[in-house]
Design a protein around this ligand. Sequence first.
Ligand SMILES: [Zn+2]
Length: 218
Amino acid sequence: MINLNSQRIVEEVLKQLQERMNSKTETPIGVSARHCHFNEKDLETLFGKGYQLTKKTDLLQPGQFAANETVTIAGPKGSIERVRVLGPLRNATQVEVSQTDAMKLGLNPPIRESGNLQGSSPITIIGPKGSIYLEEGLIIAQAHIHMPPDVARQLHVQDGDYIKVEIDNPIRPISFEKVRIRISSKYVLEMHIDTDEANAGFIKSGQKGKIINAGKIL
Ligand SMILES: [Zn+2]
């Protein structure tokens, strides 16, 4: 009788441990379509003095939202209309596109972490009330994972580390080898990839990926 109970307890503990392991190493995926972030000055040039963005939908990351406003972006070879503006406003204006978009524009932006704009590509942005030309500001976003500190502690990873994330689609399984970790208490766990990365693996927003290597033994 004691043995049977002990075995049950061991099984239950193992089951719970397994569940916890699984939940620790799974991340929701958010697919980021081309978009712009604006500072106040550039927003006013494009949309008019004192203009305020209006919210269309909340994004998963707290405080971040997709605005109703869109702009046109242009390069030497072409332009793309209805590029979504994201809020809230930032210190620096930044445009994020996929490599497919960049080829259409005729530009060659680097793969960068958001906010790291030095030496990035030039871009022209056209709004309803005006247009701007930025010497730099166009990037392809580095695949990254937003992580709250408690999850980072569980995974033994630091801000700026890279992890690998595997998406187990039966028809076209795909893995991302270099996903940069960004840690903040303002974040909820979510990996961000662009549309080229998503389309390559038939990935939809909300799908789960498996963190299979944190650079250290998990
Ligand atoms: Zn992100």
